[in-house]
Design a protein around this ligand. Structure first.
Ligand SMILES: Cc1cc2nc3c(=O)[nH]c(=O)nc-3n(C[C@H](O)[C@H](O)[C@H](O)COP(=O)(O)OP(=O)(O)OC[C@H]3O[C@@H](n4cnc5c(N)ncnc54)[C@H](O)[C@@H]3O)c2cc1C
Length: 613
């Protein structure tokens, strides 16, 4: 199938606003560790990535979805055009932006990298999985492996010569990773014989690179049960000699590829390791049974990447929906709704369509701000390390706290917002002639992989909120409170800021309820309420960041001297925040009331009353 039209469109003005005006990244640039970076460089990279996204990746999005992947002679073939896109991606250096200079990269701030990733994923989410996994696996080898492993494996994975994967899931071990049965037997010479089957492996095989380096969780003979007994292994598709040369095939075969609802251009594989007892693996680092914590290194990055996928798909759906709503004429203006003689107007003029567009706009802008905030905290932590360790610890703590919010809220919202975009189109949105139906199909997986969103919610309430004795969560609440105090008397935003304040009270009270349950054996109630709490906290965070952007926009408007398009841009920021505050922030309070009812009906209902037996 030939490459098709590019549907992808992004608002670069909005991206530079978040990066350079709201988070003032410029203050971190031009000095260690970002000496080589200034605002002009950041803008130039976003421009270049956007051009690449539209010219190279966008045209392959629908064609890749229709064509999908296939197996030929035991080898996965990716859709037409993907190989060339992979080559160009690495030639342009987009995947080495965030890589440290001593590993051949450009050392860009993470806040820039996440926006470049939004552009790449927004244009073609399925394609961007392959290099994303290679990057994550390489970073894990650099951080957890020996220097020799970093040199031998990671550098070629970072420059696109080789791909990479993460292999956790087995048929009986999905969420329950610790049930993994894949085994590792020590061999003379320090290698291990790996044996077992992994399922659902993204990019498990493909024809984009010379080799693929799999990171595989397996249990060494005699290791303890559960996650504690898992070790992480480097298992290349083709063996690699000590001097880095690619040799004969390792015993890793593709059993099949899954036929999926979405991201069809991404090959999701069943991989068999050691079917002929000839699969060789190498331990990451030098110590067994550290596999789960090492894999978490990759998973934390991947969770943020999934949040970016969610943002990217939702933002692409929004941009397309606005374009369609401007073009499509239907019905009279609402002020003349009974008059059949007046001209038909664009559907963009109908109140309900405008409501949907603002829902899309405010959520995508707020989630983008949340993702950039997380990345900015990481950049601050790097910049302050060794100079002001207390502040660096605060910033690092916010990265940890916000990661489950970014992964879950962005992914849940992506699917919902893609459906809203379809609704904006009406029947046309349901057709494959337009991109939004694919966005909805692609987006569904985001809430499932990298730990389902319930696992993220349990990570938030069971681990992250209590981390550092609760200091990270308290710091988050204090930051919101500081904003409330500074802006509650603002004539335009004041009432919306009060809604934020009410949300914050609600969040604190629900946090206390959760704490009470955890101290009094209410584990079932925690399981029932964790997702709700994660959503509440995400809505509060997004509402805060939108109001923060609106406060800044108001200042720019008050200062005057703006072009018409800049005036519209900043006015849009204010309206976006007001819409979210009035329509979404009250849900935080409502959720707190619901949580306080201690509803246990899902636990109390007899199993036999669920469905038919
Ligand atoms: C397209 C795609 C790509 C993927 N890519 C990869 C990859 O590259 N590498 C990899 O290793 N895996 C990958 N996966 C696997 C993915 O991570 C798992 O599907 C996911 O972790 C969920 O596991 P499961 O499908 O077995 O569902 P289950 O674990 O069977 O879960 C089913 C439901 O039960 C809930 N549940 C399960 N256990 C609990 C519990 N203890 N408490 C409360 N609720 C629970 C879950 O939240 C979910 O709602 C991919 C999956 C897909 C579909």
């Amino acid at each position: 199938m030939a490459a098709g039209l590019n549907w992808y469109k992004a608002d670069l003005r909005e991206l530079s606003f978040v990066l350079l005006e709201q988070f003032r990244l410029g203050e971190l640039l031009g000095k260690a560790p970002f000496e080589a970076w200034g605002e002009d460089e950041a803008r130039a990279v976003l421009d270049a990535a956007y051009r690449f996204a539209r010219e190279v990746l966008g045209p392959l999005n629908a064609s890749g979805d229709r064509e999908g992947c296939r197996i030929e002679d035991g080898q996965v073939r990716t859709p037409k055009g993907f190989k060339n896109a992979w080559k160009q991606l690495y030639e342009n250096g987009f995947k080495s932006l965030g890589v440290a200079a001593d590993h051949g990269g450009q050392g860009a701030p993470h806040a820039v990298v996440v926006l470049v990733e939004e552009l790449l994923s927004g244009a073609n989410s399925a394609f961007n999985m392959y290099p994303g996994l290679a990057f994550g696996a390489a970073e894990t080898i650099i951080e957890c492996g020996t220097p020799e492993q970093a040199r031998r494996y990671a550098e070629k994975m970072l420059d696109g010569t080789w791909g990479g994967t993460m292999c956790l899931t087995e048929p009986h071990a999905g969420t329950d990773v610790g049930a993994a049965k894949t085994s590792a037997k020590r061999l003379p010479g320090g290698k291990y014989a790996i044996k077992g089957t992994k399922v659902f492996i993204s990019g498990g095989d493909h024809d984009l690179a010379e080799n693929i380096v799999h990171l595989v969780l397996a249990r060494v003979e005699g290791a303890p049960p559960g996650t504690k007994g898992l070790s992480l292994f480097i298992v290349p598709k083709k063996k690699i000699s000590t001097d880095g040369k690619v040799g004969e095939r390792n015993d890793v075969t593709v059993g099949s590829i899954e036929h999926k609802m979405g991201i069809n251009g991404s090959a999701t594989c069943v991989l068999n390791f050691g079917e002929s007892d000839g699969c060789e693996g190498e331990l990451v680092g030098t110590t067994e049974n550290l596999g789960m914590s090492q894999m978490f290194r990759m998973m934390n990055g991947a969770r943020i990447a999934v949040g970016i996928q969610g943002l990217a798909t939702a933002a692409a759906a929004y941009q397309n929906a606005v374009d369609y709503a401007r073009d499509r004429k239907q019905g009279p203006h609402y002020t003349h709704w009974k008059d059949p003689t007046v001209p038909r107007v664009a559907i963009l003029e109908h109140p309900d369509v405008r409501r949907m567009l603002l829902d899309l706009k405010s959520h995508t802008e707020g989630i983008r701000a949340l993702i950039v905030k997380l990345a900015w905290h990481g950049d601050q932590a790097r910049a302050l390390a060794g100079k002001d360790d207390e502040k660096a610890t605060y910033h690092k703590g916010q990265v940890d706290l916000l990661t489950p919010l970014v992964k879950s809220f962005a992914s849940d919202e992506a699917f919902r917002l893609a459906a809203v975009a379809i609704q904006v189109y009406g029947g046309a949105g349901y057709l494959k002639d337009h991109p939004v139906e694919q966005y909805a199909r692609d987006a569904k997986i985001y809430s499932i992989y990298e730990g389902t969103n319930h696992i993220q919610a349990m990570d938030l309430v069971g681990r992250k909120m209590g981390q550092a004795g609760g200091a990270n969560f308290q710091a988050f609440l204090q930051d919101v409170a500081g904003f409330v105090e500074a802006h509650r008397s603002d004539p335009t935003l004041g009432k919306a800021v009060e809604l934020l304040a009410a949300g914050q009270e609600a969040l604190m009270s629900s946090a206390m309820t959760l704490l009470g349950w955890s101290q009094n054996g209410g584990l079932g109630l925690i399981g029932l309420s964790a997702n709700r709490f994660l959503t509440m906290m995400s809505q509060e965070a997004v509402g805060w960041l939108l109001l923060d952007a609106a406060a800044l926009a108001q200042k720019k408007l008050a200062a005057g001297g703006l072009s018409e398009s800049e005036k519209a841009f900043y006015t849009g920021k204010v309206q976006s925040a007001l819409w979210f505050a009035r329509n979404v922030l009250p849900q935080v309070e409502a959720s707190a009331r619901s949580l306080a009812t201690e509803d246990a009906s899902p636990l109390e209902i007899p199993d036999a009353a669920l469905g038919t037996t």
